[in-house]
Ligand binder design. Structure first.
Ligand SMILES: Cc1cc2nc3c(=O)[nH]c(=O)nc-3n(C[C@H](O)[C@H](O)[C@H](O)COP(=O)(O)OP(=O)(O)OC[C@H]3O[C@@H](n4cnc5c(N)ncnc54)[C@H](O)[C@@H]3O)c2cc1C
Length: 339
Protein backbone atom coordinates (compact mmCIF):
# COMPACT_ATOMS: atom_id res chain seq x y z
CA UNK A 1 0.00 0.00 0.00
CA UNK A 2 1.38 3.36 -1.00
CA UNK A 3 0.11 6.34 0.99
CA UNK A 4 0.88 9.78 -0.40
CA UNK A 5 1.07 12.67 2.02
CA UNK A 6 -0.08 16.26 1.51
CA UNK A 7 -1.77 15.44 -1.78
CA UNK A 8 -3.46 18.19 -3.86
CA UNK A 9 -7.12 17.30 -4.37
CA UNK A 10 -7.82 19.71 -7.22
CA UNK A 11 -7.51 16.98 -9.89
CA UNK A 12 -9.80 14.74 -7.85
CA UNK A 13 -12.90 16.93 -7.54
CA UNK A 14 -14.93 18.17 -10.52
CA UNK A 15 -15.52 21.53 -8.83
CA UNK A 16 -11.75 22.04 -9.17
CA UNK A 17 -11.35 23.49 -5.68
CA UNK A 18 -7.83 23.63 -4.31
CA UNK A 19 -7.45 21.61 -1.10
CA UNK A 20 -4.93 19.09 0.18
CA UNK A 21 -5.32 15.78 1.93
CA UNK A 22 -2.84 14.69 4.59
CA UNK A 23 -3.12 11.10 3.30
CA UNK A 24 -4.16 9.69 -0.08
CA UNK A 25 -4.17 6.16 -1.42
CA UNK A 26 -5.22 4.85 -4.83
CA UNK A 27 -7.06 1.55 -4.41
CA UNK A 28 -6.58 -0.65 -7.45
CA UNK A 29 -7.30 -3.95 -5.72
CA UNK A 30 -9.18 -5.30 -2.72
CA UNK A 31 -5.96 -6.39 -0.99
CA UNK A 32 -4.77 -2.78 -0.80
CA UNK A 33 -8.13 -1.88 0.70
CA UNK A 34 -7.71 -4.60 3.33
CA UNK A 35 -4.19 -3.32 4.12
CA UNK A 36 -5.63 0.16 4.66
CA UNK A 37 -8.32 -1.03 7.08
CA UNK A 38 -6.22 -0.96 10.28
CA UNK A 39 -5.70 2.76 9.63
CA UNK A 40 -9.45 3.34 9.50
CA UNK A 41 -9.75 3.21 13.27
CA UNK A 42 -7.20 5.97 13.88
CA UNK A 43 -7.38 8.11 10.70
CA UNK A 44 -10.44 9.87 9.31
CA UNK A 45 -11.03 7.70 6.29
CA UNK A 46 -12.94 9.05 3.31
CA UNK A 47 -13.95 6.97 0.29
CA UNK A 48 -13.73 8.94 -2.93
CA UNK A 49 -14.91 8.13 -6.44
CA UNK A 50 -14.80 10.68 -9.24
CA UNK A 51 -15.25 13.62 -6.85
CA UNK A 52 -18.30 14.83 -8.79
CA UNK A 53 -20.62 15.13 -5.80
CA UNK A 54 -18.33 16.62 -3.16
CA UNK A 55 -17.11 20.04 -2.10
CA UNK A 56 -13.80 20.13 -0.23
CA UNK A 57 -14.45 23.03 2.15
CA UNK A 58 -11.11 22.70 3.98
CA UNK A 59 -7.88 20.73 3.71
CA UNK A 60 -8.66 17.13 4.63
CA UNK A 61 -6.98 15.77 7.76
CA UNK A 62 -7.14 12.03 7.22
CA UNK A 63 -6.80 9.30 4.64
CA UNK A 64 -8.63 9.48 1.33
CA UNK A 65 -9.16 6.13 -0.37
CA UNK A 66 -9.69 6.72 -4.07
CA UNK A 67 -11.67 3.95 -5.71
CA UNK A 68 -9.88 2.55 -8.77
CA UNK A 69 -11.26 -1.01 -8.59
CA UNK A 70 -11.89 -2.14 -12.15
CA UNK A 71 -13.77 -4.99 -13.82
CA UNK A 72 -17.23 -6.01 -14.94
CA UNK A 73 -18.89 -9.33 -15.67
CA UNK A 74 -22.25 -10.24 -17.16
CA UNK A 75 -24.34 -13.30 -16.26
CA UNK A 76 -27.49 -14.22 -18.12
CA UNK A 77 -30.67 -15.69 -16.64
CA UNK A 78 -33.97 -16.51 -18.36
CA UNK A 79 -35.35 -12.99 -18.09
CA UNK A 80 -32.44 -10.65 -17.36
CA UNK A 81 -28.77 -9.78 -17.72
CA UNK A 82 -27.00 -9.46 -14.36
CA UNK A 83 -23.99 -7.14 -14.26
CA UNK A 84 -21.39 -7.25 -11.51
CA UNK A 85 -19.46 -3.98 -11.77
CA UNK A 86 -16.43 -3.05 -9.67
CA UNK A 87 -16.85 0.25 -7.83
CA UNK A 88 -14.08 2.21 -9.54
CA UNK A 89 -15.51 1.74 -13.03
CA UNK A 90 -16.64 4.95 -14.71
CA UNK A 91 -20.45 5.20 -14.62
CA UNK A 92 -20.85 7.03 -17.97
CA UNK A 93 -18.50 4.55 -19.69
CA UNK A 94 -20.49 1.66 -18.18
CA UNK A 95 -23.73 3.09 -19.58
CA UNK A 96 -22.16 3.54 -23.03
CA UNK A 97 -20.86 -0.01 -22.92
CA UNK A 98 -24.25 -1.53 -22.05
CA UNK A 99 -25.92 0.50 -24.79
CA UNK A 100 -23.25 -0.60 -27.30
CA UNK A 101 -23.97 -4.23 -26.32
CA UNK A 102 -27.67 -3.62 -27.07
CA UNK A 103 -28.60 -3.93 -23.37
CA UNK A 104 -31.38 -1.57 -22.32
CA UNK A 105 -32.06 -0.15 -18.87
CA UNK A 106 -29.34 2.41 -18.14
CA UNK A 107 -29.75 4.70 -21.17
CA UNK A 108 -31.64 7.44 -19.27
CA UNK A 109 -28.69 7.65 -16.85
CA UNK A 110 -26.14 8.39 -19.61
CA UNK A 111 -23.42 11.00 -19.01
CA UNK A 112 -23.87 11.23 -15.22
CA UNK A 113 -20.27 11.68 -14.03
CA UNK A 114 -18.64 9.54 -11.37
CA UNK A 115 -17.99 5.94 -10.46
CA UNK A 116 -20.28 2.92 -10.35
CA UNK A 117 -19.45 2.54 -6.64
CA UNK A 118 -20.83 5.97 -5.80
CA UNK A 119 -23.99 5.58 -7.92
CA UNK A 120 -26.01 3.92 -5.12
CA UNK A 121 -24.94 6.46 -2.50
CA UNK A 122 -27.31 9.18 -3.60
CA UNK A 123 -29.35 6.83 -5.80
CA UNK A 124 -28.47 8.70 -8.97
CA UNK A 125 -31.37 9.57 -11.17
CA UNK A 126 -32.23 11.40 -14.37
CA UNK A 127 -34.99 11.57 -16.95
CA UNK A 128 -37.45 9.39 -15.06
CA UNK A 129 -35.09 6.58 -13.98
CA UNK A 130 -33.28 6.06 -10.68
CA UNK A 131 -30.45 3.62 -10.01
CA UNK A 132 -32.70 1.89 -7.43
CA UNK A 133 -34.84 0.52 -10.28
CA UNK A 134 -31.86 -1.30 -11.84
CA UNK A 135 -29.85 -2.17 -8.71
CA UNK A 136 -29.81 -5.79 -7.60
CA UNK A 137 -27.25 -5.47 -4.78
CA UNK A 138 -24.40 -3.38 -3.42
CA UNK A 139 -21.20 -4.94 -2.06
CA UNK A 140 -18.97 -3.23 0.47
CA UNK A 141 -16.24 -3.77 3.03
CA UNK A 142 -16.91 -2.32 6.46
CA UNK A 143 -14.12 -0.32 8.07
CA UNK A 144 -14.76 -1.87 11.48
CA UNK A 145 -14.57 -5.62 10.95
CA UNK A 146 -13.20 -5.71 7.40
CA UNK A 147 -15.88 -8.13 6.25
CA UNK A 148 -17.31 -8.18 2.74
CA UNK A 149 -21.09 -7.65 2.80
CA UNK A 150 -23.83 -7.60 0.22
CA UNK A 151 -27.04 -5.58 0.64
CA UNK A 152 -30.07 -6.27 -1.54
CA UNK A 153 -31.87 -3.40 -3.23
CA UNK A 154 -34.49 -3.35 -0.44
CA UNK A 155 -31.79 -3.28 2.24
CA UNK A 156 -30.15 -0.25 0.57
CA UNK A 157 -33.24 1.84 1.56
CA UNK A 158 -33.14 3.93 -1.55
CA UNK A 159 -35.04 7.21 -1.63
CA UNK A 160 -34.86 10.45 -3.59
CA UNK A 161 -31.09 11.18 -3.74
CA UNK A 162 -30.77 9.03 -0.66
CA UNK A 163 -29.81 5.57 0.61
CA UNK A 164 -28.52 3.81 3.71
CA UNK A 165 -25.01 4.84 2.52
CA UNK A 166 -25.86 8.50 3.12
CA UNK A 167 -27.36 7.59 6.47
CA UNK A 168 -26.24 5.08 9.04
CA UNK A 169 -23.46 3.60 6.86
CA UNK A 170 -21.89 6.93 5.82
CA UNK A 171 -18.18 6.92 6.61
CA UNK A 172 -18.32 3.29 7.79
CA UNK A 173 -18.00 1.34 4.55
CA UNK A 174 -16.18 1.23 1.23
CA UNK A 175 -18.38 0.16 -1.69
CA UNK A 176 -16.45 -2.34 -3.78
CA UNK A 177 -19.03 -3.47 -6.35
CA UNK A 178 -22.51 -2.93 -7.70
CA UNK A 179 -24.93 -5.53 -9.05
CA UNK A 180 -27.34 -4.41 -11.77
CA UNK A 181 -30.28 -6.24 -13.29
CA UNK A 182 -31.21 -5.34 -16.86
CA UNK A 183 -34.47 -6.94 -18.00
CA UNK A 184 -34.53 -8.76 -21.33
CA UNK A 185 -38.09 -7.43 -21.76
CA UNK A 186 -36.75 -3.89 -21.90
CA UNK A 187 -39.29 -1.07 -21.65
CA UNK A 188 -38.20 2.44 -22.62
CA UNK A 189 -38.91 5.21 -20.10
CA UNK A 190 -39.91 8.23 -22.16
CA UNK A 191 -42.21 10.22 -19.86
CA UNK A 192 -39.75 13.07 -19.41
CA UNK A 193 -40.52 15.85 -21.88
CA UNK A 194 -37.40 15.86 -24.10
CA UNK A 195 -37.59 12.08 -24.47
CA UNK A 196 -41.27 11.90 -25.39
CA UNK A 197 -40.37 12.62 -29.02
CA UNK A 198 -39.03 9.04 -29.09
CA UNK A 199 -42.36 7.59 -27.87
CA UNK A 200 -43.05 5.49 -30.95
CA UNK A 201 -42.73 1.75 -31.49
CA UNK A 202 -39.15 0.66 -32.03
CA UNK A 203 -37.12 3.30 -30.16
CA UNK A 204 -33.78 1.71 -29.23
CA UNK A 205 -31.65 2.24 -26.08
CA UNK A 206 -28.90 3.91 -28.15
CA UNK A 207 -31.35 6.50 -29.54
CA UNK A 208 -32.50 7.35 -26.02
CA UNK A 209 -28.96 7.62 -24.66
CA UNK A 210 -27.92 9.86 -27.59
CA UNK A 211 -30.87 12.17 -26.96
CA UNK A 212 -30.20 12.23 -23.20
CA UNK A 213 -26.56 13.11 -23.89
CA UNK A 214 -27.38 15.91 -26.30
CA UNK A 215 -29.95 17.43 -23.90
CA UNK A 216 -27.48 17.18 -21.01
CA UNK A 217 -24.65 18.72 -23.05
CA UNK A 218 -26.91 21.64 -23.96
CA UNK A 219 -28.16 22.21 -20.40
CA UNK A 220 -25.29 21.36 -18.07
CA UNK A 221 -21.75 22.75 -17.92
CA UNK A 222 -19.02 20.21 -18.72
CA UNK A 223 -16.88 19.95 -15.53
CA UNK A 224 -13.72 19.59 -17.64
CA UNK A 225 -14.39 23.10 -18.99
CA UNK A 226 -16.19 24.77 -16.08
CA UNK A 227 -15.80 23.27 -12.60
CA UNK A 228 -19.05 22.17 -10.96
CA UNK A 229 -20.60 19.31 -9.02
CA UNK A 230 -23.99 19.13 -10.75
CA UNK A 231 -27.08 20.09 -8.76
CA UNK A 232 -25.97 21.91 -5.64
CA UNK A 233 -29.33 21.56 -3.84
CA UNK A 234 -31.97 18.85 -3.68
CA UNK A 235 -35.42 19.60 -5.01
CA UNK A 236 -37.44 20.37 -1.87
CA UNK A 237 -40.69 18.63 -0.98
CA UNK A 238 -43.42 20.66 0.70
CA UNK A 239 -46.98 19.96 1.85
CA UNK A 240 -49.88 20.34 -0.55
CA UNK A 241 -51.26 23.14 1.63
CA UNK A 242 -47.97 25.07 1.54
CA UNK A 243 -47.75 24.53 -2.23
CA UNK A 244 -51.30 25.83 -2.84
CA UNK A 245 -50.58 28.89 -0.70
CA UNK A 246 -47.36 29.67 -2.62
CA UNK A 247 -49.09 29.12 -5.94
CA UNK A 248 -51.44 32.02 -5.19
CA UNK A 249 -48.49 34.41 -5.14
CA UNK A 250 -46.57 32.60 -7.90
CA UNK A 251 -49.08 31.07 -10.36
CA UNK A 252 -46.24 29.74 -12.55
CA UNK A 253 -44.69 27.72 -9.69
CA UNK A 254 -44.17 24.16 -10.98
CA UNK A 255 -44.85 21.23 -8.67
CA UNK A 256 -44.83 17.44 -8.91
CA UNK A 257 -47.32 15.60 -6.70
CA UNK A 258 -45.69 12.91 -4.53
CA UNK A 259 -47.16 10.33 -2.21
CA UNK A 260 -48.65 11.51 1.13
CA UNK A 261 -50.01 14.83 -0.16
CA UNK A 262 -46.49 16.20 -0.68
CA UNK A 263 -45.34 18.25 -3.67
CA UNK A 264 -41.80 18.36 -5.06
CA UNK A 265 -40.76 21.83 -6.23
CA UNK A 266 -37.81 22.39 -8.60
CA UNK A 267 -35.02 24.11 -6.65
CA UNK A 268 -33.77 25.57 -9.97
CA UNK A 269 -37.08 27.44 -10.39
CA UNK A 270 -36.88 28.91 -6.87
CA UNK A 271 -33.26 30.05 -7.32
CA UNK A 272 -33.99 31.47 -10.77
CA UNK A 273 -37.15 33.26 -9.58
CA UNK A 274 -35.18 34.75 -6.68
CA UNK A 275 -32.92 36.34 -9.31
CA UNK A 276 -29.71 34.36 -8.81
CA UNK A 277 -29.17 32.87 -12.26
CA UNK A 278 -25.87 34.14 -13.70
CA UNK A 279 -24.84 35.96 -10.46
CA UNK A 280 -21.17 35.79 -9.39
CA UNK A 281 -19.36 36.00 -6.07
CA UNK A 282 -15.57 35.99 -6.23
CA UNK A 283 -14.55 33.11 -8.47
CA UNK A 284 -17.85 31.26 -7.99
CA UNK A 285 -21.14 31.77 -9.75
CA UNK A 286 -24.61 30.46 -10.55
CA UNK A 287 -24.60 28.91 -14.01
CA UNK A 288 -26.26 31.17 -16.54
CA UNK A 289 -28.44 28.43 -18.05
CA UNK A 290 -29.04 26.17 -15.02
CA UNK A 291 -29.68 27.96 -11.73
CA UNK A 292 -29.23 24.78 -9.67
CA UNK A 293 -25.59 24.44 -10.69
CA UNK A 294 -22.91 26.52 -8.97
CA UNK A 295 -19.72 26.84 -10.98
CA UNK A 296 -16.05 27.63 -10.55
CA UNK A 297 -14.92 30.31 -12.99
CA UNK A 298 -11.33 29.22 -12.42
CA UNK A 299 -10.10 30.69 -9.16
CA UNK A 300 -13.05 30.03 -6.83
CA UNK A 301 -12.20 29.31 -3.22
CA UNK A 302 -14.33 27.12 -0.96
CA UNK A 303 -15.25 30.31 0.88
CA UNK A 304 -16.59 31.88 -2.35
CA UNK A 305 -18.78 28.84 -3.04
CA UNK A 306 -20.02 28.50 0.55
CA UNK A 307 -20.81 32.22 0.87
CA UNK A 308 -22.74 32.16 -2.40
CA UNK A 309 -24.55 28.96 -1.43
CA UNK A 310 -25.57 30.43 1.96
CA UNK A 311 -26.82 33.65 0.39
CA UNK A 312 -28.93 31.70 -2.11
CA UNK A 313 -30.34 29.42 0.60
CA UNK A 314 -31.24 32.34 2.89
CA UNK A 315 -32.76 34.42 0.11
CA UNK A 316 -34.89 31.52 -1.18
CA UNK A 317 -36.06 30.87 2.37
CA UNK A 318 -36.93 34.54 2.90
CA UNK A 319 -38.86 34.74 -0.37
CA UNK A 320 -40.62 31.35 -0.46
CA UNK A 321 -40.39 29.96 3.08
CA UNK A 322 -38.54 26.89 1.76
CA UNK A 323 -35.10 25.98 3.11
CA UNK A 324 -32.88 24.35 0.51
CA UNK A 325 -30.70 21.41 1.53
CA UNK A 326 -27.45 20.60 -0.34
CA UNK A 327 -27.45 17.56 -2.59
CA UNK A 328 -23.67 17.51 -2.73
CA UNK A 329 -21.61 16.40 0.26
CA UNK A 330 -19.72 19.19 1.99
CA UNK A 331 -16.46 17.86 3.43
CA UNK A 332 -14.49 19.61 6.15
CA UNK A 333 -11.10 18.87 7.70
CA UNK A 334 -12.27 15.69 9.39
CA UNK A 335 -15.47 14.85 7.58
CA UNK A 336 -18.86 16.55 7.63
CA UNK A 337 -19.14 20.29 7.10
CA UNK A 338 -22.42 22.12 7.42
CA UNK A 339 -23.51 25.01 5.30
C1 LIG B 1 -22.15 17.87 -14.46
C2 LIG B 1 -22.77 16.95 -13.43
C3 LIG B 1 -24.01 16.40 -13.67
C4 LIG B 1 -24.59 15.56 -12.70
N1 LIG B 1 -25.82 15.02 -12.97
C5 LIG B 1 -26.41 14.20 -12.08
C6 LIG B 1 -27.70 13.63 -12.36
O1 LIG B 1 -28.28 13.85 -13.41
N2 LIG B 1 -28.23 12.82 -11.41
C7 LIG B 1 -27.59 12.54 -10.24
O2 LIG B 1 -28.16 11.78 -9.44
N3 LIG B 1 -26.37 13.04 -9.97
C8 LIG B 1 -25.77 13.87 -10.85
N4 LIG B 1 -24.53 14.40 -10.58
C9 LIG B 1 -23.87 14.08 -9.31
C10 LIG B 1 -22.80 12.94 -9.41
O3 LIG B 1 -22.48 12.68 -10.73
C11 LIG B 1 -23.30 11.66 -8.74
O4 LIG B 1 -23.66 11.88 -7.41
C12 LIG B 1 -22.24 10.55 -8.78
O5 LIG B 1 -22.81 9.32 -8.40
C13 LIG B 1 -21.02 10.84 -7.90
O6 LIG B 1 -20.05 9.87 -8.18
P1 LIG B 1 -18.53 10.07 -7.76
O7 LIG B 1 -17.82 8.81 -8.04
O8 LIG B 1 -18.00 11.29 -8.40
O9 LIG B 1 -18.70 10.29 -6.18
P2 LIG B 1 -17.81 11.23 -5.23
O10 LIG B 1 -18.15 12.65 -5.52
O11 LIG B 1 -16.39 10.84 -5.28
O12 LIG B 1 -18.40 10.83 -3.81
C14 LIG B 1 -19.72 11.16 -3.48
C15 LIG B 1 -20.02 10.59 -2.09
O13 LIG B 1 -19.94 9.18 -2.13
C16 LIG B 1 -18.93 8.70 -1.22
N5 LIG B 1 -18.26 7.58 -1.91
C17 LIG B 1 -17.72 7.61 -3.15
N6 LIG B 1 -17.25 6.39 -3.47
C18 LIG B 1 -17.50 5.58 -2.42
C19 LIG B 1 -17.26 4.21 -2.15
N7 LIG B 1 -16.64 3.40 -3.02
N8 LIG B 1 -17.66 3.71 -0.95
C20 LIG B 1 -18.27 4.49 -0.03
N9 LIG B 1 -18.53 5.80 -0.24
C21 LIG B 1 -18.14 6.34 -1.43
C22 LIG B 1 -18.03 9.88 -0.96
O14 LIG B 1 -17.39 9.77 0.31
C23 LIG B 1 -19.02 11.02 -1.02
O15 LIG B 1 -19.74 11.11 0.20
C24 LIG B 1 -23.91 15.26 -11.51
C25 LIG B 1 -22.64 15.80 -11.29
C26 LIG B 1 -22.06 16.64 -12.23
C27 LIG B 1 -20.70 17.21 -11.99
Amino acid sequence: MHILSNTPLQPFNTFGLAANSSGFCLLEDINTLREALPLAASANVLALGGGSNVLFCEDYEGLILKNALQGRTVRESDDAYHLHVMGGESWPELVDWTVAQGLGGLENLALIPGTAGAAPIQNIGAYGVELAERCEYVEFIDFDGGGLHRLSREECRFGYRDSIFKGELQGKVFITALGLRLEKQWQPVLDYAPLSELAYDGAEPHQISELVKSVRRAKLPDPSLLGNAGSFYKNPTITRTAFDALKEGYPDLPGFIQADEQVKVPAAWLIDKAGWKGKRLGGAGVHQHQALVLVNYGQATANDVLTLARQIRDDVEAKFGIRLVPEIRLIGASGEFSL
